[in-house]
Design a protein around this ligand. Structure first.
Ligand code: AHG
Ligand code: MN
Ligand code: MN
Length: 354
């Protein structure tokens, strides 16, 4: 029941007043509330999140019209540093983040899945102390069939002066992140973020052009029914992963969901519980997903929501990157479900030592 005292100054009905107040809880205001401060640092973080939100709005706008535009979808014909064929939307999304941050005065570098080396803010632009690491478009294999995709971001503070532009200070563990999150381009566009004070979700209201608060302090269930993995890779996996899959195939209470985009698959697990896996294979033990702008930001978020993220043998947030585009295996989600997957790895190791 509403406490009428708090709404006495409103002339409209309390329920309407509450809805109005919620619509005024924009992302930038929420960040300042979370930091409980209006200091220059807090203002910078709030401004950073607002710029990320602007990038999300620009990408969402392009995505909703991509099918109608001549040159929006399909491949560019080039291969990126990952050795993957690049989609036109990958490049557009990458350029959006550069355009949005170039004149912001908030960042000194942008490191992206789509760029071999970080983009350094040019001399004639204001330079800030933060670095944004991002996957501009996650799940781009979903693009041409109009399925959900996302953007993933990680915020770090520059350490040292990086004069030789080797960006060595980025090669630190994920606990150095000061914020992380993702934008999910689905039936609605959602931005989910954490700056270390819990996980919060915002929904884009296109009529306002604002991300409006949807959920605050999201907690991932300790256990959930979902396991999300590309079982087409079964033949390539270590025996321990195969044993885990055999287990969920033979026990009641599990549901397979795999959408081909980490952001969408993990968003589902954040709300419903379960585990997402992208294991290493015998040929590629390091797996597919990139540490600094996919696994580490997602691990930061999931830990903030009360879950876990592991390589199978090490917490993702403890892994120290040796190179910008380093890959790691990823097991992420509800605590109990991550632990169950790890138990098969431990058992396999025990057997091999007998
Ligand atoms: P990206 O589109 O940024 O390369 O990321 C795709 C990733 C991740 O989003 C998804 O979980 C995974 O690749 C899907 O890989 P498979 O198609 O090999 O299952
Ligand atoms: Mn990705
Ligand atoms: Mn990508």
């Amino acid at each position: 029941m509403l406490n009428t005292q708090t709404w006495e100054h409103f002339q409209i009905h309390p329920e309407e007043a509450q809805a109005l107040d919620r619509d005024c809880t924009t992302l930038s205001r929420h960040v300042l509330q979370q930091l409980n401060s209006f200091s220059p640092d807090a203002q910078d973080i709030s401004a950073l999140m607002s710029r990320i939100a602007l990038a999300g709005k620009l990408i969402a706008r392009r995505l909703t019209r991509a099918g109608l535009l001549e040159d929006a979808l399909g491949f560019t014909g080039t291969v990126n540093v990952q050795g993957e064929s690049v989609k036109k939307m990958d490049i557009y999304s990458n350029d959006v983040f550069i355009s949005v941050f170039k004149q912001s005065g908030l960042v000194c570098r942008l490191a992206s899945e789509e760029m071999e080396k970080p983009y350094y803010i040019p001399e004639n632009c204001p330079v800030g102390r933060y670095t944004l690491l991002y996957d501009p478009l996650d799940g781009s294999s979903n693009l041409d069939t109009n399925l959900n995709v996302g953007s993933i971001f990680s915020i770090r503070q520059q350490e040292g002066n990086d004069e030789d532009e080797s960006a060595q200070d980025l090669l630190q563990n994920g606990r150095k992140q000061i914020g992380a999150g993702y934008i999910l381009y689905g039936p609605s566009t959602m931005l989910v973020y954490s700056i270390g004070t819990g996980v919060h979700a915002f929904t884009l209201d296109p009529s306002l052009g604002e991300f409006i608060q949807a959920n605050e302090n999201i907690k991932i269930p300790e256990h959930g029914p979902i396991y999300s993995v590309n079982e087409g890779n079964f033949w390539q996996w270590d025996e321990s992963m195969r044993d885990y899959i055999r287990y969920v195939h033979r026990h009641e209470g599990y549901t397979a969901r795999y959408g081909g985009a980490l952001v969408g698959d993990l968003h589902r697990i954040l709300y419903q519980g379960g585990v997402f896996l992208y294991p290493g294979t015998v040929k590629k033990p390091e797996g597919k997903l990139r540490l600094l702008y996919e696994s580490a930001p997602m691990a930061y978020l999931i830990e903030q929501a009360g879950g876990r993220a592991s390589t199978g043998t090490e917490e993702i947030l403890d892994v120290v990157a040796e190179k910008l585009h380093q890959r790691t295996p990823l097991i992420i989600g509800s605590k109990e479900d991550v632990a169950l997957v790890e138990s098969f790895i431990k058992e396999q190791k025990r057997i091999s030592q007998v």
